[in-house]
Design a protein around this ligand. Structure first.
Ligand code: ADP
Length: 399
């Protein structure tokens, strides 16, 4: 074949191949460009969604009634919603940049924020310093991205209603106490006089007088305990001292019930050790807690039962416990027994001899919590109960 023809055919082939490659590459390029365009569009949509989400979040934060503040790890306000400004009495936009101390003007909130940073969550309550300022609760929660969220709520109305309730119970109990005490004393006298008359008084009448005496006794006890509870709840009655010896206090308080225990055929043992540190507390109120727990233990123990009162040092706490082998408390009532007026039905049947108002453990819980402690019960029905309370240890006992 003519070399020119061969050369021209070769050239045509190369051109066709190059053209084919160019067309393929061109398609790939187009495809690649389309992919880039798609990715860009997706990215733009994503950015828009984030911006929208951020706007939604910001809108939500502005819409809620609670004050919300974002705090950095150095305890400075990064952002705060409108409610936070209003609740703290600040002009809109003036909180960011301030320290927590400057924002709240309260050392308690600053300490709470430190605790929330290390422990995850914490809560405190404060009264705004200005006249008629609201009562606020502040809840701190560690933020996943570092720093904290603080949520501020106005609880003035709630506290006002609680105060009214407490005052109402206080006044009512006061009004009831005098006439009830008189009726109770009269019933007691009547019962004594009935006993002194050997003839002529029908047994039914004697029985009824006895019942009046017992029931009015219960009423007087209930009114006294209601008064106690409302005073403890209103928080003004603690007289704490340093260096309180819980071991000695528990032994003395248990001793006050020895006669009652003997009468019920129950033995009472106190076990304490010498290394128990002191607590900071009100001896009268804490003694009342021990008396309440031992009184219950005796009331709910069978004849011949044994009660052990223990005081021990555990970690940084002083734990006082009262163990009995009585009817026990069912599991679903473990928390409820500390509510006011709550009684476990079956246990109540056993308690007929001693009566009961259902207020003793509610008082005990309030007293213990006011001391920064906690109270709980471990029990299985039928095998007895151990009621314990733990108080923060506070150094050496003053003996
Ligand atoms: P109460 O005056 O009825 O004893 P408390 O508040 O002291 O009131 O106790 C509430 C309820 O808890 C009791 O009525 C009883 O049902 C239950 N309870 C308390 N202590 C004991 C105990 N040691 N063993 C069994 N049940 C108990």
């Amino acid at each position: 074949m003519d070399p020119w023809i061969v050369a021209s055919l070769g050239l045509t082939l190369v051109t066709v191949v190059v053209a084919a490659i160019a067309i393929r590459n061109g398609r790939e390029l187009t495809r690649a460009l389309a992919t880039v365009r798609r990715l860009r569009a997706a990215e733009a949509r994503h950015d828009e969604a984030i911006a929208q989400g951020g706007a939604e979040q910001a809108g939500l934060l502005q819409a809620v009634n609670a004050g919300v503040l974002r705090i950095d790890p150095g305890l400075r306000v990064l952002a705060a919603n409108a409610a936070a400004h209003a609740l703290l009495g600040r002009a809109e936009g003036t909180l960011p940049g301030r320290s927590v101390m400057e924002a709240f003007l309260d050392t308690g909130v600053e300490s709470m924020a430190q605790v929330a940073l290390t422990q995850g969550t914490a809560r405190t309550e404060l009264r705004r310093a200005d006249a008629d300022g609201p009562t606020l609760t502040v809840m701190g929660r560690r933020a996943p991205g570092g720093g904290l969220w603080l949520v501020v709520e106005d609880v003035s109305e709630l506290r006002r209603l609680q105060r009214i309730r407490t005052e109402f119970i206080d006044n009512l109990s006061h009004e009831l106490r005098t006439p009830l005490t008189t009726v109770s004393l009269l019933a007691e006298t009547l019962s004594r006089e009935a006993d002194a008359i050997d003839v002529g008084l029908p047994p039914k009448m004697r029985d009824r007088i006895g019942k009046i005496e017992v029931e009015t006794g219960h009423l007087v006890q209930m009114v006294n305990e209601l008064l106690d509870l409302s005073r403890i709840e209103s928080g003004g009655t603690l007289h704490p001292v340093d260096g309180l010896d819980m071991a000695r206090l528990a032994a003395q308080s248990a001793e006050r019930l020895r006669l009652f225990a003997d009468r019920q055929g129950v033995t009472l043992r106190v076990e304490t050790s010498d290394d128990v540190p002191a607590v900071h507390g009100d001896g009268v109120r804490l003694g009342q807690v021990v008396v309440n727990l031992v009184h219950n233990a005796v009331k709910f123990s069978p004849d011949g039962g044994e009660i052990v009162v223990r005081v021990r040092h555990e970690g940084d706490e002083v734990v006082t416990s009262v163990q009995d082998h009585g009817v026990g408390v069912p599991r679903d009532a473990h928390d409820r027994v500390f509510e006011r007026f709550y009684k476990v039905d079956r246990a109540r049947l056993r308690a007929e001899a001693g009566g009961g108002t259902g207020l003793g453990l509610a008082i005990a819980r309030h007293v213990v919590e006011q001391h920064g402690g906690r109270i709980w019960v471990e029990s299985d029905e039928g095998t007895g109960s151990t009621f314990s309370f733990a108080l923060p240890a506070a150094g050496d006992v003053k003996r």
